[in-house]
Design a protein around this ligand. Structure first.
Ligand SMILES: [Zn+2]
Length: 238
């Protein structure tokens, strides 16, 4: 297979130590990613990183190395018992967001720029989601007699905005529009939860998943790092 980038093109003085650290613990295999975005997974002691053409491949590669680093330290997406029909895709998405908050600081400390934290595609996706979702939510708001919105419909676009690389950037107009139709308390609670995740030092994120779904009024979903759910943290009970 002809790789888009050779490993030498993805390692520089900024990420060399991180790369060495990961390589000393696991094999790293590069593949040309067929999906839209850079990916990484750790399976059977082997890390696979899916690479895409990028304006800043070294930063994208480093982002994926950080995902792998945290998985090697014991971070993983919790198992779940889902009586709210949330689905694995949404849980996986949330896990990804939580991980980003955990390792963003490290990315910056390595010397990378905030605007290179997310890959080219994910940044485009954020703008597109806002363009599509906000007008729809404004219609829902009007239809519901201007009662402030909350729950997953607000949390999902707002979480994209809370992505750690947004810190210090001016607030997009569409986010202001979202805030105008959303419950102030809900947004404040969501922001506090993200701060809690950022400052946490556990690799078991079950509690934060449970808190998130409690906030979104989805109490009948529980999370556990154990496959047999021996330590299930239920949203309705946190
Ligand atoms: Zn990521």
């Amino acid at each position: 297979m002809n790789l888009i980038y050779k490993i030498e093109e993805l390692v520089d003085s900024k990420n060399q130590n991180l790369f060495n650290e990961i390589k000393s613990k696991t094999n790293i295999e590069l593949i040309n990613e067929e999906g839209d975005s850079w990916t990484s997974k750790l399976y059977n002691e082997k890390a696979t990183i899916g690479i895409k053409k990028s304006e800043y491949p070294i930063a994208c590669f480093t982002h994926e190395l950080l995902h792998i680093k945290y998985e090697l330290l014991g971070m993983k997406c919790p198992f779940f018992v889902d009586e709210e029909n949330i689905g694995a895709e949404m849980i996986g998405h949330l896990y990804n967001e939580f991980c980003h908050h955990r390792f963003y600081k490290e990315f910056i400390e390595l010397g990378f720029e905030p605007e290179q934290f997310l890959n080219d595609y994910d940044k485009k996706q954020f703008k597109q989601t806002l363009s599509e979702d906000i007008p729809k939510l404004e219609k829902v708001f009007k239809k519901n007699k201007n009662i402030p919105l909350k729950g997953l419909m607000v949390a999902l676009p707002y979480l994209m905005y809370l992505s750690p690389n947004q810190v210090g950037l001016s607030k997009p107009k569409k986010i202001e529009r979202l805030e105008n139709i959303s419950s102030k308390d809900f947004i404040r609670d969501l922001e506090s939860l993200i701060i809690e995740v950022t400052n946490s030092n556990t690799y078991d994120l079950s509690k934060y998943f449970a808190k998130f779904f409690k906030l979104c009024n989805k109490p009948k979903i529980g999370f556990s790092l154990e496959k047999n759910h021996s330590t299930l943290v239920v949203a309705g009970n946190v």
